[in-house]
Design a protein around this ligand. Structure first.
Ligand SMILES: [Zn+2]
Length: 309
């Protein structure tokens, strides 16, 4: 009799203790039948059926039950096996348990014990040689919230600004590209004045970009690839001093980056005509020059992308 009472007390205490210590108990109770089948009863979802099989977004995969961070999107890879695959876990987040028959190794959330899937080693799929094969239903994805945008400006002249603007505007991290003029003698030149060769300005774009997403170097590489940096008298069919190739730099670091890229291109046998000039006042061109190709619904005649790096 005493023994039975003692047992009831013990079970009751354990239960209370768990409720207090494991806030995810409520979550556990709210799981769907299928989620319980996988997370609690160690079931497996059908191959290629889960919502995270092909996801590539930047972020963290957390445990569906307790919310612990388990995997980073950087470690996710295409294994073509039908389940989300990672070649590494967040340190300490995953527990490995060899199956009773010793054939496979189960992986669970180290925090709450929820079933994730299995881990396979030595398949040679990635350099880490590990595949965490995880049920999508065991995970929840938390998209990386972008850090505060670090807006910066860059200035490129590569011939007719319509084409340069068209291509740079399509890059990730680029907020805005404005067509205008830089490097001349007079303030606020009109397009006619610049075309008349009287002012010394170059058709230039101002690129406003988020440095937390795209680097200056990436932008500069794109610039060298969307125009011909070897042409000395203009760009494509547009001949004249306002169409010359130049980068207007605002810091020694930008200059260093551009000079480095030019030396790479020269080593590859190109004779680069691009000038590296100090940034000067930027004058926005008339409204009808902005987003020219987007508004016309056409593509540039003067620029195209050629891989050079
Ligand atoms: Zn968990």
């Amino acid at each position: 009799m005493y023994k039975i009472m003692w047992l009831f007390l013990l079970v009751g205490l354990t239960f209370l203790f768990s409720e207090e210590m494991k806030p995810w108990i409520t979550k556990l109770n709210s799981l769907s039948t299928f989620e319980k089948h996988v997370l609690v009863d160690k079931g497996t979802e059908r191959a290629f059926s889960g919502e995270y099989v092909n996801t590539k977004e930047n972020g963290t995969y957390v445990c569906k039950v307790c919310g612990a961070a388990l995997y980073k999107s950087d470690d996710k890879f295409d294994s073509h096996c039908g389940w989300p695959s990672f070649d590494d876990a967040i340190p300490g987040a995953i527990k490995e348990i060899t199956d009773a028959d010793g054939s496979r190794t189960e992986i669970t959330c180290a925090n709450c014990g929820a079933h994730m899937g299995h881990v396979f080693k030595g398949e040679g799929l990635t350099t880490k040689n590990v595949r965490h094969c995880v049920n999508s239903v065991s995970l929840e994805f938390q998209k990386k919230t972008t850090a505060d945008p670090q807006l910066k400006k860059a200035y490129f002249a590569g011939g007719c600004f319509w084409g340069v603007e068209y291509y740079l505007e399509k890059m990730a991290g680029v907020k805005e590209v404005t067509s205008g003029f830089m490097g001349g003698e007079v303030a606020n030149p009109s397009y006619e004045e610049v075309v008349g060769h009287g002012t010394g300005h170059l058709e230039t774009v101002e690129v406003v970009y988020d440095a937390s997403i795209v680097s200056y170097e990436t932008l500069a590489k794109a610039f060298f690839e969307i125009h011909d940096p070897t042409q000395r008298d203009g760009q494509g069919p547009d001949i004249g001093s306002q169409y010359l190739s130049a980068v207007f730099v605002s810091s020694p670091k930008e200059r260093e980056t551009i000079e480095k890229l030019i030396s790479i291109l020269e080593k590859n046998g190109l004779h680069i005509a691009t000038k590296v000039l100090p940034a000067a006042p930027f004058y926005k061109a008339e409204g009808y020059h902005q987003d020219y190709y987007e508004r016309k619904g056409s593509v540039p005649y003067c620029h195209r992308r050629v891989k050079r790096f």
